[in-house]
Design a binder for this molecule. Structure first.
Ligand SMILES: *Cc1c(COP(=O)(O)O)cnc(C)c1O
Length: 369
């Protein structure tokens, strides 16, 4: 069965083999050397002054950032389940919160955010997804961050890049906290989150000194010395070092970004060519989301039962009306190609369209020319 869900993504054999080696103790020079390599790889990737690795899924880092960087009131963007999560975190800690809510196919506008900030001077932090995975939507995060800082440089910008880090280059020049997760484009098992920090965020974390397990001040102090406050997710970190060396061998991050982009765009045009509809108005590169109220569930079932493909459905109100195809990670081109072929075959099984190999042809033309 090929795993094509937008997280967790499959863990490549080279990384699995690396992680199968004997566990090293986290308070040793060997592990510190490994931690240093992982840190340097991440810093080079996200181009920010600091980075932290935490033993938690992505939501743990979201919670840590809301607590560390919002002192008064949070503005969060709800265009899906993950944006909604920021508001739930605020509620759990009695942090006042305002939400901008849109349909799950609609990105937030820069104007809507600036209007909200102008209307309420209490707001001191803005949370937004780079890619909102509920619908595979790309928010204009870089433009939002720049406009927020122009409006007031003291307002903190927290970007959930869990399905963007490792997918595409992100301009982090105006972002204070950039969140990542091991189980998405890094192709690692679930269990580690990442937070890139601006200089301003570092100072604020140190000044505010909030929380215990997710205390970013404590982590900064330790991680600058290549160790962690609590037991590190050592196995995942050794896997991350292997990920960076595999990427180097494949031509570096830029090569991965460009392949991911080409694969995503080729998938999109191939599926449109066989009559399918792309769901979001601004599709992200991490995944392709197809909207088909009538057939989405059946297509997924056929792909699983007959063609060995595991794709994701939707959540909540979109549970049965969309399906999502992952593009994150180092995906062999023949696997991505098999996905569009199998979807075209599924449409024939459902009597929607007779098979003529069009998806395959369009994908290849687009990818190679
Ligand atoms: C996967 C994901 C998360 C994190 O979810 P966890 O289950 O806590 O790892 C957060 N935001 C987005 C956009 C995601 O895709």
């Amino acid at each position: 069965m090929l795993l094509f869900t937008p997280g967790p993504t499959p863990v490549p054999e080279s990384i699995r083999m690396e992680m199968a080696r004997p566990t090293i103790h986290h308070r040793t020079p060997e592990f510190e050397a490994c931690f240093k390599q992982a840190r340097e790889g991440l810093l080079a990737m996200i181009k920010m002054p600091e980075v932290l690795m935490l033993a938690s899924s992505g939501s743990g880092a979201m919670e840590a950032c809301v607590r560390a960087f919002c002192a008064k009131k949070l503005l969060s963007i709800n265009s899906g389940k993950f944006g909604e999560r920021f508001a739930k975190i605020a509620q759990a800690y009695n942090i006042p919160n305002q939400e901008i809510t849109n349909e799950w196919d609609t990105p937030v506008s820069v104007e809507a955010i600036i209007n909200a900030l102008q209307a309420d001077e209490q707001i001191d932090a803005v949370c937004v997804q780079v890619c909102e995975s509920a619908g595979g939507l790309r928010h204009p995060v870089e433009a939002i961050a720049q406009a927020v800082k122009q409006h007031n440089p003291d307002i903190m910008v927290i970007a959930d890049a869990i399905t963007a880090m490792g997918v595409e280059p992100i301009d982090t020049s105006h972002i204070d906290a950039l969140i990542g997760g091991s189980q998405k484009a890094f192709m690692l098992p679930p269990g580690m989150s990442i937070i890139g920090l601006s200089q301003k965020a570092v100072l604020m974390a140190e000044e505010r000194d909030v929380g215990f397990y997710f205390n970013l001040k404590t982590e900064l102090k330790n991680q600058r010395n290549n160790t962690t406050a609590w037991t590190a997710p050592t196995t995942i970190i050794t896997g991350l070092v292997k990920y960076f060396s595999d990427i180097e061998a494949l031509g570096g991050m830029e090569a991965i970004y460009s392949q991911t982009r080409q694969r995503a765009l080729a998938t999109r045009v191939a599926l449109e060519a066989i009559g399918l509809k792309i769901y979001p108005k601004a599709p992200a590169l991490a995944m392709t989301t197809i909207f088909d109220e009538k057939h989405a569930s059946q297509i997924r079932k056929i792909l699983k039962n007959e063609f060995c493909l595991n794709l994701a459905g939707g959540q909540d109100r979109l549970k049965t009306s969309i399906f999502r195809i992952n593009h994150m990670g180092m995906i062999p081109i023949h696997e991505a190609l098999w996905v569009v072929n199998a979807i075209e075959l599924a449409l024939e099984r459902l009597g929607v369209r007779s098979f003529d190999g069009r998806a395959n042809a369009v994908f290849l033309q687009h990818y190679y020319s």
